[in-house]
Write a protein that binds this ligand. Structure first.
Ligand code: ZN
Length: 219
């Protein structure tokens, strides 16, 4: 099925009550034609005084490129709702799909017989549909927020261990406030070498934002 917004909103309200005690905010659910993700949870941030940060503009996006079986649409939505819970409640986690995320996922799966997964396993046909005729290469991009307010990027190999090492490495410099990972097929990132080197590049922030606009937030 290709989900519609009212359908997803109905599911959201249902799962919010069932799994999250109705505590999740009613966020907009938007459809996209993205090739790089099935669904994702997004938010914006504003820097406040004293290094604090406000999170706002939460939303969940669903790509309409894939015709998924209904249970998979549901599980995908719940997956994003777990992200929303963690982001909204500002719960620290060990990684994008870290300990807290997995705990939620396993708990809902066990108690309610669901099959939420960490990543959406795409079949070959799914991938072909999502990636278009001209294949674009998805890259893992680290978005590095410096303590001095600048934001930089680094393209990394698609190996989870390398991502963890990179995050740990740059954080240990003492100059980095946060590292988030995105999956992006934007050609902009093709200009940067993909390696595990502990480097950060600082292109104009507007370019970073524009290139990451369609990216899949891996947190
Ligand atoms: Zn996720």
């Amino acid at each position: 099925m290709i989900p519609t917004i009212p359908y997803l909103q109905g599911l959201f309200a249902h799962f919010n009550a069932q799994f999250f005690g109705g505590e999740l905010p009613d966020v907009p659910i938007l459809l996209s034609h993205a090739k790089s993700y099935v669904a994702r949870c997004e938010y914006k941030r504003r820097r406040l005084l004293f290094g604090r940060e406000q999170r706002y503009g939460f939303c969940i996006r669903f790509s309409t490129r894939l015709d998924l079986p209904e249970p998979e649409v549901e599980d995908t939505l719940i997956h994003e709702m777990i992200h929303l819970w963690i982001m909204y409640k500002r719960i620290p986690d060990t990684s994008t799909h870290g300990r807290v995320f997995r705990q939620w996922m396993n708990d809902i799966n066990t108690r309610y017989g669901r099959h939420i997964r960490i990543s959406h396993k795409l079949t070959k046909e799914d991938s072909a549909l999502l990636t278009d005729a001209q294949p674009r290469k998805p890259r893992i991009v680290a978005l590095v927020s410096m303590k001095d307010g600048r934001r930089g990027i680094k393209v990394l190999p698609r190996v989870e261990r390398r991502l963890k090492e990179y995050r740990k490495g740059v954080l240990s410099s003492g100059k980095v406030a946060e590292v988030r990972f995105f999956l992006s097929d934007h050609p902009f990132f093709g200009r940067y070498p993909s390696s595990a080197a502990l480097r950060v590049y600082f292109p104009p922030e507007a370019d970073i934002d524009a290139a990451l606009a369609g990216a899949w937030d891996l947190c």
